[in-house]
Design a protein around this ligand. Structure first.
Ligand code: FES
Length: 106
């Protein structure tokens, strides 16, 4: 079972372990990680699951598709080159230890 580390605004870290196939968004919501809402349930229409992927991990993820890329432009929080929608990243054993930062609200 892969684990993921959420780095919260302010620097505190939360590590959670989930079943392979779980999205980053569901990993956060199911474990009450603050700052990730998942309002649309994961259908890529709200951007409330926005995260900044640790630069050391970004190249290990499949690239964002056009829908995700467009929606990231509407995120309430600051977009960065490592921005991704948490609902579009499925955790797998190969991603064990993935680190993502939860962007602070403006
Ligand atoms: Fe809505 Fe990811 S949960 S876009």
């Amino acid at each position: 079972m892969p684990s993921i580390v959420f780095v919260l605004p302010g620097g505190a870290e939360r590590r959670v372990t989930v079943a392979a196939g779980t999205s980053v968004m569901h990993a956060a919501v199911d474990h009450d990680v603050p700052g990730i809402v998942g309002e649309c349930g994961g259908c890529a229409s709200c951007a409330t699951c926005h995260v900044w992927v640790d630069p050391a991990w970004i190249d290990r993820l499949p690239p964002a598709d056009e829908v995700e890329d467009d929606l990231l432009g509407f995120a309430e929080t600051e977009r960065r080159p490592t921005s991704r929608l948490g609902c579009q990243i499925a955790l797998a054993d190969a991603l064990d230890g993935l680190r993502v930062e939860v962007p602070p609200l403006p």
